[in-house]
Design a protein around this ligand. Structure first.
Ligand code: BGC
Length: 414
């Protein structure tokens, strides 16, 4: 009798759950070891809540490939239910009428209170939430293998001058000074870090956020290109085409001394079982201490005809901003919670330093959106900047020419 009763209860629960459950397709580009482990937490939590996750992962760092796929699917009238979209692109997609309004779930979960206004604003279109933020990544880190530095008798640099001194020693000792990935977005990541270092926060904002023509054409920008050329001279010949996570592996394997990359690199050190302070260090990229180039990942939901799917989307959005997900995901991913008030206890030293840097940079106005990671300017302008950087990086173009080209390419897209 008791068995019969529990069978009926189970059947009842199952039918209730399946009535309200739905499968949602989630398009993202988190395919490296650390990234896949991180997004896995969201899949598990969604499925525990009774819904189904249809994975649509498109390999390719920075989402370049994922965005191409998303655009063609949207044009064909077949977008996924949820997709990783960020920065000003969120507003562009909303303006085209694709995105669902998340205000109901936002209100119920007090997003306006639990999110810093500046980050919440990235998620809104005409005052309504159309995306949910996942995390905050810091771009201007330098990942270091301390053993390689020691073997080369080099000092970890805090300025670009010191960088050159250290890189020379490292090269002489038979190591690759900088582990570089050879894709346009990676070159642009190094470039924007250098722009911040060489020019400072005010200059970065003028040039890569406000698109001030004078700043784009300035001597300081020329110096940034010169510095990029100098950094490139300390990379290896096999860099072209290399994925970012393979470059990270060169650092933890002791083949290379440094990598300039956002803190998703930490996710790779972690899945490889490497220990902070022993196997690797994260230090501020030269001349960028105190500044914080931010990069926020987010999911936008595409309008659905079925009520059940809309419910599942709202559930996904709610889970993303739960304390539990923010803790598990960001610990694995290398980022820090975007939600205020999440306990700092489970986070490591690098994450705690990122949180501190975030707070102080917000105060000193050195909290800046990343250009290379789609936070500061729209896709067309970002594309124009990245194209110039890549052309410069992979040719013998002079810095003076690069500066002129940068200004004219940006102007053409404005
Ligand atoms: C994303 C990160 C991701 C990285 C490499 C960045 O643009 O914000 O979440 O790990 O690209 O794919």
């Amino acid at each position: 009798m008791r068995n019969f009763k529990s069978m009926i209860t189970a059947l009842f629960l199952f039918s209730v759950l399946s009535l309200h459950s739905a499968e949602i397709e989630v398009l993202h580009w988190w395919t490296s070891g650390g990234e896949a482990k991180s997004v896995g937490a969201l899949k598990t939590m969604l499925e525990k809540s009774g819904h189904k996750w249809k994975d649509s992962s498109i390999a390719g760092g920075n989402g370049v490939n994922a965005m191409t796929v998303l655009k063609s699917r949207a044009v064909a009238g077949n977008p996924p239910a949820a997709a990783q979209i960020k920065g000003p692109s969120i507003q562009e997609w909303a303006e085209l009428g694709f995105l669902a309004n998340l205000n109901k779930v936002a209100k119920a979960n007090k997003w306006d209170k639990v999110l810093p206004k500046r980050f919440a604003d990235h998620m809104k279109y005409k005052g309504k939430y159309v995306a949910v933020p996942v995390n905050v990544h810091r771009i201007n880190w330098m990942w270091v293998n301390p053993a390689v530095f020691k073997k080369a008798g080099a000092k970890i640099p805090t300025t670009w001058k010191e960088f050159e001194v250290a890189a020379k020693k490292i090269k002489k000792a038979g190591f690759i000074p900088v582990a570089a990935g050879g894709q346009p977005w990676q070159e642009a990541t190094v470039f924007e870090t250098i722009v911040l270092g060489v020019g400072g926060a005010k200059f970065y904002k003028k040039a890569l956020v406000d698109l001030d023509m004078k700043a784009l054409k300035s001597k300081t920008m020329k110096k940034a290109f010169d510095t990029l050329r100098m950094v490139k001279s300390y990379t290896d010949k096999n860099a072209p085409g290399r994925d970012w996570n393979l470059a990270t592996a060169m650092v933890y394997k002791g083949e290379a001394a440094m990598q300039f990359m956002g803190d998703w690199a930490k996710g790779e050190f972690k899945v490889a079982g490497k220990k902070i302070g022993v196997d690797y260090l994260a230090v501020d990229a030269p001349q960028t201490a105190g500044a914080y180039l931010y990069n926020i990942d987010s999911f936008a939901m595409f309008k659905q005809k079925s009520n059940a799917k809309t419910k599942a989307q709202n559930k996904l959005a709610q889970l993303v901003l739960s304390d539990k997900f923010q803790t598990i995901f960001n610990n694995r991913k290398g980022s820090v919670p975007v939600k205020l008030g999440v306990s700092k206890m489970p986070f490591d030293d690098i994450a705690l330093r990122s949180m501190d840097a975030l707070n102080s940079a917000a105060y000193t106005k050195e909290l800046l959106p990343s250009m290379a990671h789609q936070m500061s300017v729209n896709d067309a302008i970002k594309g124009a900047i990245v194209d110039v950087v890549t052309e410069f990086y992979n040719s013998k173009m002079s810095s003076s020419k690069a500066v002129k080209k940068l200004a004219s390419s940006v102007k053409a897209e404005m």
